[in-house]
Design a protein around this ligand. Structure first.
Ligand SMILES: *[C@@H]1O[C@H](CO)[C@@H](O)[C@H](O)[C@H]1NC(C)=O
Ligand SMILES: *[C@@H]1O[C@H](CO)[C@@H](O)[C@H](O)[C@H]1NC(C)=O
Ligand SMILES: *[C@@H]1O[C@H](CO)[C@@H](O)[C@H](O)[C@H]1NC(C)=O
Ligand SMILES: *[C@@H]1O[C@H](CO)[C@@H](O)[C@H](O)[C@H]1NC(C)=O
Ligand SMILES: *[C@@H]1O[C@H](CO)[C@@H](O)[C@H](O)[C@H]1NC(C)=O
Length: 223
C-alpha cells in the first residue's frame, strides 16, 4: 500500500534526510522491485541477479524517452526508443562508459495511471505475459536494473526493468564509480533514497494520457 515517495510533503523530506542507510534502500521503489524480482527468481530455483546501478539508470532513461505518454508503450501507437539511443543518449546521461554497454537480454515496461507497490507492479503489470516470464528466467541473465517514474509528480507511473547478460563488475560501469541521479524518478542499485532530492520544478508539464490505462510490454533485443 506504499504511496509514491514523490508524493511526500516537504516536511517528510526533511525527516527522511536523517533516515539510516538501511531505510534508504527500502525507500526506493525501484530497489523494492528488484528485491521482489530476485525473490521470485530464487523461488523458481534461478539465481538472484546483480542489481547494477548503471543499467538501472539506463532503465530510467528508457522510461524518459516515452515523455510520459503511456499510449506509446503498447497498442497501435506504440513506439520504441532506437537501440542507438543507448549509445548516443542514455549512457552519456547516466555517466555510463559506452565501451562497457553489454547485451540487454530483456526489457520489461509497464505503465499505470494509479500507483501500485513493487509487488503488484511485478505480478499485475510487468509479469502478466508468458513472454515476460520467459525473459525473466532466461538462463543468460546475470544482472538487472529497474527504474520507476511518475510524470508530473504523479500519474502515470512507468516501470522499466532491463535484464542483461553482462559481467556484473565490468558492464555498465559508471564514470568515477558514482551513479548520476537523473530526476525525476528512481532507479535501483545506487543506494539512493528516492524521495530525498526530488525536484518538483521539473514536473510542471502535462502529458495527455488515457485514464485507467494499463499497458505492459516485454521484448528482448541485442545491443
Ligand atoms: C526448486 O528445487 C527444489 C529442490 O530441488 C524442488 O523441490 C522444487 O520443486 C523446485 N522449485 C521449482 C519452482 O522448480
Ligand atoms: C513468480 O512470479 C510469477 C508472476 O507473478 C508468478 O506467476 C509465480 O507464481 C511466481 N513464482 C513463485 C515461486 O512465487
Ligand atoms: C502461458 O503459459 C501457461 C503455462 O505454461 C500456459 O498454460 C498458457 O497457455 C500460456 N499462455 C499463452 C497465451 O501462451
Ligand atoms: C544465451 O546466449 C547464447 C550465446 O550468446 C545464445 O546463443 C542463446 O540463444 C542465449 N539463450 C537465450 C535463452 O537467450
Ligand atoms: C570481477 O569479478 C570476478 C569474479 O567475481 C573477479 O574474479 C574479478 O577480479 C573482478 N574484476 C574486477 C575488475 O573487479
Amino acid at each position: 500500500m506504499a504511496m509514491p515517495l514523490w508524493f511526500l510533503s516537504a516536511s517528510l523530506l526533511f525527516l527522511s534526510a536523517s533516515a539510516d542507510t538501511q531505510k534508504k534502500v527500502a525507500d526506493n521503489p525501484a530497489d523494492e522491485l528488484v528485491v521482489v524480482l530476485n525473490n521470485n527468481r530464487t523461488a523458481e530455483n534461478a539465481s538472484a541477479l546483480y542489481n547494477n546501478p548503471g543499467l538501472a539508470c539506463i532503465a530510467l532513461q528508457y522510461i524518459k524517452a516515452f515523455q510520459g505518454d503511456c499510449g506509446a508503450i503498447g497498442g497501435p501507437n506504440a513506439k520504441k526508443p532506437a537501440d542507438s539511443e543507448f549509445v548516443e543518449t542514455f549512457a552519456p546521461n547516466c555517466g555510463v562508459q559506452v565501451s562497457t554497454l553489454s547485451p540487454i537480454t530483456g526489457r520489461l515496461l509497464g505503465c499505470e495511471t494509479k500507483y501500485v507497490n513493487a509487488q503488484k507492479a511485478f505480478s499485475e503489470i510487468l509479469m502478466t505475459k508468458n513472454e515476460s516470464l520467459d525473459l525473466l528466467y532466461n538462463k543468460n541473465n546475470t544482472e538487472v536494473g529497474a527504474g520507476v517514474s511518475g510524470t508530473d509528480g504523479g500519474s502515470p507511473y512507468f516501470w522499466c526493468v532491463l535484464l542483461s547478460s553482462g559481467k556484473p563488475n565490468s558492464s555498465f560501469v559508471l564514470e568515477g564509480g558514482v551513479a548520476k541521479l537523473t530526476r525525476p524518478g528512481c532507479f535501483s542499485g545506487a543506494n539512493d533514497e528516492c524521495s530525498g532530492t526530488y525536484d518538483w520544478s521539473q514536473t510542471r508539464r502535462l502529458w495527455p494520457y488515457a485514464t485507467g490505462a494499463l499497458i505492459a510490454i516485454a521484448y528482448a533485443f541485442g545491443l
